[in-house]
Ligand binder design. Structure first.
Ligand SMILES: [Zn+2]
Length: 343
């Protein structure tokens, strides 16, 4: 593993620290864990915006679970900067944040990002690290393997406790999200696909999630508000199945009666590579746009989605489906995705 020139820190961590410093009066920052990599300790800090007691559902944003996928982290850091600048003058936003709690954990795997690696410093792919196995065929290796950390997509040893990064992230999920009657999470990744996708559970089975009507309501509202959004909004199982997906685990461990709606934003990189094939020869290039104009375009495109998740939390009683409407949404979702093996 190459030693980065600046051992002990890296650009994204420095940016996060300067955002926390600039927003000290607006943000609550807390240290939820510590990750060690090559004698450096990195804090895992999910800063939350707003300092009031929030009765409404929270929206929590994650990125950097795969240390190579820096563009997702950049997206969240940009959005946090935007919120801080707007809070200087935007009274509407101020009022919104008095009601809706936004929480950011933009670098879930700091040791991996520092090292320029997908996995954490123990060589574990955190998005394959939960204990559950998929029901059905997963892609060879990429669906998660227990052969060894020398191969990519390593899940960790059978029966071993989850890695510290996974445990810390699930702790944030438990404290901030699962205990609430309703909550939303968005986790930013990059690398897979020609276009951008929003995925929701399950990754472990081709069966539907129990809150499919609620998720379908979100999808419908987002598409009506942003008809040119360009995302494929679908269950992850429509693409491939996965062992050990942390969002499946969190969703399945939400207390009964509570509604937790986790989504993954997957920024497709294949078009970036097609337009600039030299990216193929760079590990960073496969997961992040290399050309500055393309980076700008990617960063520009997703603020609507983050805004949307911050706004749906404000008055969920206006849109949460019940009774006949819930059944209609379920029927529409079932018609759109006949449930079977990925295809
Ligand atoms: Zn990823």
């Amino acid at each position: 593993m190459a030693q980065p020139p600046n051992a002990g820190s890296f650009a994204e961590m420095q940016q996060l620290e300067s955002i926390l410093e600039a927003g000290a009066s607006r943000l609550d920052a807390c240290r939820v864990g510590e990750v060690h990599a090559a004698a450096s300790a990195f804090p895992s800090t999910p800063p939350a915006s707003g300092r009031t007691i929030h009765a409404r559902p929270p929206s929590v944003f994650f990125a950097g679970i795969h240390g190579l996928e820096r563009i997702g982290t950049h997206l969240l850091l940009d959005y946090m900067r935007m919120l801080l600048w707007r809070l200087e003058w935007d009274e509407l936003l101020e009022r919104q944040l008095q009601s809706v709690r936004l929480v950011f954990m933009p670098i879930v795997n700091p040791g991996g990002m520092w090292a320029g690696a997908r996995a954490n410093p123990n060589g574990v792919d955190l998005m394959r690290n939960a204990p559950q196995d998929a029901i059905g065929r997963v892609p060879p290796l990429a669906g998660g393997q227990r052969v060894g950390a020398w191969l990519p997509w390593y899940r960790g040893k059978l029966g071993a406790p989850m890695e510290v990064e996974s445990a810390v992230m699930l702790q944030v999920v438990e404290q901030q999200l699962q205990g609430r009657p309703l909550s939303f999470a968005l986790d930013c990744h990059s690398g897979y696909g020609w276009g951008d996708s929003i995925w929701f559970p399950y990754a472990r089975t081709a069966a539907p999630m129990p809150h499919l009507p609620e998720m379908y309501a979100l999808k419908t509202m987002f598409e009506q508000a942003h008809p040119h959004h360009g995302y494929a909004f679908e269950p992850q199982s429509r693409q491939y199945l996965l062992h050990g997906d942390l969002w499946d685990w969190a969703y399945d461990h939400t207390p009964p009666g509570n509604i937790f709606l986790p989504m993954t934003l997957e920024l497709g990189s294949w078009l970036w590579i097609k337009k600039n094939p030299r990216q193929l020869f760079s590990r960073q290039g496969f997961f992040n746009p290399v050309k500055a104009h393309r980076t700008a375009r990617v960063l520009r495109r997703h603020a609507n989605l983050l805004d949307f998740l911050a706004r749906v939390a404000y008055a969920p009683e206006r849109w949460l489906p019940r009774g006949q409407r819930r059944q209609e949404l379920l029927d529409r979702a079932n018609a759109q995705w006949p449930w079977g093996p990925p295809g």
